[in-house]
Design a protein around this ligand. Structure first.
Ligand code: NAP
Ligand code: MG
Length: 402
């Protein structure tokens, strides 16, 4: 078979530890034998970030603005231990945080379903995609420990000097306070990304907050979603046969548990953080969860939802056999290649992405899988493979499909 040609490169962001090892295996066995791969390569491995004073992360993000599609490997977010381990010049920021700050947008996380890896919520038949707002709220808040009796206030000073004040609490003793914010622009782009994504995958969109209690903060989210929906998306949703639905967050949680899945659930930043971990573990495994950042101006960055799997990496370095699950990282590649194909009207590339995903699912459903899945599968006579054997088994199935 002649290799599939690409017209435009996609941005490739390499990463760290076990996922960096998987990255190379995936390219070697599953991509490069079939696709004449064109990428703009950025090494976001910690050594390279340190050597470039983290400039490489910003360059990679700007490349996404240029090429519109990216695939990213998991990366280490350094803490004190990592600074020592890698002898870093500085405790560099989270690469995902840096990239999101440059690109803005919403993170969509969806489980990868395979027969035999059953969700522990029995009625879930279709994936539930969590759309997490990636800006503000408690993640950008300031906090204070109140040492004793006194008055706490919210104060806003406009550019012209006018002041608005709101009493938080008259403390009679020690306590705590927190101030958080969001911006209209960011909430609007969050809403648009969600409507856009739901149309793309033709699934209903749910959004929930606590507007009954938070009458200004959460209510603003609700109002902005409603306004943008009516002005820009209602007709398109009707044409696509899908719905937009708002409810209270506690009601949403109850409905999610009783639903059969098959919709996009938009969550505020904190809700999305918490709920996406619940959804992914209930669907089986973090290693079976895709993640894509969609920006308001139409850029896409695909990655796995898990980290660099440090514990496995140290075993790998010690020469021990590892059975790390590469599925989410493979789906990051297939997602990026499919989107590249879609934007470039490259049918062969889109079909290749479909075949690659099918080969992964076929392999698992035939009973060949990594250790983490073998531990939870309902299938019998399972063959547990190490990472490379599993990737080679996928390659064999992929060859048959192509
Ligand atoms: P992690 O890499 O997600 O791994 C946590 C545990 O989950 C692993 O030890 C493993 O459990 C299991 N696991 C995760 N992915 C797996 C896979 N593909 N196959 C099999 N098992 C898997 O999280 P972490 O160990 O807390 O973090 C390691 C590094 O990743 C940190 O430096 C963190 O900064 C970084 N991180 C990066 C991203 C990102 O780039 N998006 C996200 C999160 C964390 P067992 O050990 O029990 O097998
Ligand atoms: Mg979290």
């Amino acid at each position: 078979m002649d290799k599939i040609q690409m017209t435009t490169p996609l941005v490739e962001m390499d990463g760290d530890e076990m996922t960096r090892v998987l990255w190379a295996m995936i390219k070697k066995h599953l991509i490069c034998p079939f696709v004449e791969l064109k990428t703009a390569y950025y090494d976001l491995g910690l050594e390279s970030r340190d050597a470039s004073e983290d400039q490489v992360t910003a360059y990679a993000a700007y490349a996404v603005k240029k090429y519109h599609v990216a695939v990213k490997c998991a990366t280490i977010t350094p803490n004190a231990a990592r600074v020592k381990e890698y002898d870093l010049k500085e405790m560099w920021k989270s690469p995902n945080g840096t990239i999101r700050a440059i690109l803005d947008g919403t993170v969509f996380r969806a489980p990868i379903l395979a027969a035999g890896i059953e969700p522990c919520v029995k009625n879930w038949k279709k994936p539930i995609t969590v759309a997490r707002h990636a800006y503000g709220d408690v993640y950008k808040s300031v906090e204070m420990k109140v040492p004793g009796a006194g008055k706490a206030e919210l104060v806003y000073t406009a550019e012209d000097g006018t002041v608005q004040r709101e009493l938080i609490h008259e403390f009679s003793g020690e306590g705590i306070i927190q101030g958080m914010h969001n911006t209209k622009a960011s909430i609007e782009s969050f809403a648009r990304s969600c409507f856009h994504y739901a149309l793309d995958v033709r699934e209903d969109l749910w959004f929930a907050s606590k507007d009954t209690i938070s009458k200004k903060y959460d209510h603003t989210f609700k109002d902005i979603f409603q306004e943008i929906y009516e002005k820009e998306y209602e007709e398109k949703f009707q044409e696509a046969g899908i719905n937009y639905f708002y409810t209270l967050i506690d009601d949403a949680v109850a409905r999610v548990m009783k639903s059969e899945g098959g919709y996009v659930w938009a969550c505020k930043n904190y809700d999305g953080d918490v709920m996406s971990d619940m959804i992914s573990s209930a669907f089986g495994s973090l290693a079976m969860m895709t993640s894509v950042l969609v920006t308001p101006d139409g850029n896409y960055e695909y990655e796995a939802a898990h980290g660099t799997v440090q514990r496995h990496y140290y075993k790998y370095l010690a020469g021990e056999e590892t059975s790390t699950n590469p599925v989410a990282t493979i789906f990051a590649w297939s997602g990026a290649l499919r989107k590249r194909g879609e934007l470039d009207q490259n049918d062969r590339l889109m079909k290749f992405a479909d075949s690659l995903e099918k080969a992964v699912i076929d392999t698992i459903e035939s009973g060949k899988m990594t250790k983490d899945l073998a531990a939870i599968t309902a299938l019998e006579n399972v063959i547990t493979l190490n990472s490379e054997e599993f990737i080679q088994a996928i390659a064999e199935n992929l060859r048959k499909l192509l």
